[in-house]
Design a protein around this ligand. Structure first.
Ligand code: PEP
Ligand code: MN
Length: 369
């Protein structure tokens, strides 16, 4: 399946100050002084292409700082006049769109808590009908690519061609080192469905802390994402929202210095010949893996029939423990990542159980007849 979005390349609507594209600014506009001080420091780095700030903040709990509101638009305008940086804000309702457009905001973005709701996205799309403004759409909170695609389609159907996606990670029940799990495979899935859609990574909301931002930023660039949106505050220690994940403008500038920008391809003949040879080897091994899986599943089939005919349950916990322990020891000896092999074995095991359940149920159906 391919995703048919009618979009214009990012270079047609954004003047790149530096590579990679960097969108930066405070999580929230707090005061005029805070926004202007931060904007000036960011502009001075020469590395920022767009200034961002939230003025309507969708907070998880009521009673937290919910954004400075409409007045922030005027501060942003002033920041633009003084620094020359185009300005971006998050919109979550038709009214936000109207106010942002009236104030001359350059770029809008739709936040993760809005992308989850097709009613909200459609309301924003309707307010954008006939308007020519770039819109960036964050992934929904939950790991559902269809919702992300649906939001892109709704906004594109309203006539918005200056479109980009923002990958800000996904909420997960399991708590890990990240505030939001990157689940890179979902961003890759979107990229595969629509290669011309720019995807910008938001390490701030993925990490939830400053320390991991360099790692996620580099990984995003290595996965050929088109740019980064990073929260920056002139003094993060006193930030009203997301204090732990904001960088000072000078730390942000240092970060951009250490990131390595790799190119998606190389024209060098020797390089491409060597790569083609390595890929041929990978193809061969992948074929062997699939072949072995098919052989394994044939044996699973025989085991399933045998258990069925002897009235034995599908799952024998001891046997599964034994498999896991033996395979883990072997994987460790081969220096494979145990997290990876563990997940792989779980997947194979659950497919074996599915297959055996099918065999048992086939018998039930015969008996019913
Ligand atoms: C933000 O960028 O300030 C924000 C609220 O992000 P998200 O929608 O990704 O939570
Ligand atoms: Mn934030």
């Amino acid at each position: 399946m391919k995703l048919n979005l009618d979009i214009q390349p990012i270079s047609s609507w954004l003047n790149l100050k530096n590579e990679p594209l960097l969108i930066a600014g405070p999580c929230s506009a707090e005061t005029e002084d805070q926004l202007l001080a931060t904007a000036h420091l960011l502009a001075k780095t020469g590395k920022v292409s767009v200034l961002r700030a939230g003025i309507w903040k969708p907070r998880t709990r009521p009673g937290e700082f919910e954004g400075i509101g409409n007045i922030g638009l005027q501060w942003l305008k002033r920041a633009k006049e003084e620094t020359g940086l185009p300005i971006a804000v998050e919109v979550a309702t038709a009214k936000h769109v109207e106010e942002a457009l009236a104030a001359g905001i350059d770029i809008l973005w739709i936040g993760a808590r809005s992308t989850v709701n097709p009613f909200t996205v459609q309301e924003i799309a309707d307010a954008l009908q006939g308007v020519d403004i770039p819109v960036m759409i964050k992934n929904p909170i939950n790991p559902d690519v269809s919702l992300w695609i649906g939001a892109l389609e709704r906004i594109n159907n309203a006539g918005i061609k200056k479109l980009a996606a923002i990958h800000r990670g996904f909420s997960s029940y399991e708590k890990t080192a990240f505030r939001n799990e990157p689940m890179w495979e979902l961003a890759i899935q979107l990229k595969t469905l629509c290669p011309e859609l720019p995807i910008i990574n938001d390490p701030s909301h993925i990490c939830g802390n400053r320390e991991l931002i360099p790692y996620i930023s580099q990984k995003a660039l290595d996965l050929d994402m088109q740019g980064l949106m990073i929260e920056s505050h002139f003094d993060p220690s006193v930030a009203w929202t997301d204090a732990k994940q904001q960088l000072t403008p000078s730390a942000l500038s240092d970060l951009m210095e250490i990131l390595t920008l790799r190119k998606p391809e190389s024209k060098d003949k020797e390089f491409s010949d060597k790569l083609a040879e390595l890929r041929k080897n990978i193809d061969k091994i992948d074929d062997q893996i699939i072949q072995k899986m098919a052989e394994r599943m044939q044996i699973v089939q025989q085991i399933g029939e045998y258990k069925r005919d002897n009235g034995v349950t599908i799952l024998q916990v001891n046997r599964w423990d034994e498999i896991m322990n033996k395979r883990n020891d072997f994987a460790k000896a081969l220096k494979l990542d145990l997290n990876f092999t563990g997940k792989l074995l779980e997947l194979i095991h659950s497919e074996s159980i599915r297959k055996q359940t099918e065999i048992m149920n086939a018998k039930t159906q015969v008996e019913v007849k």
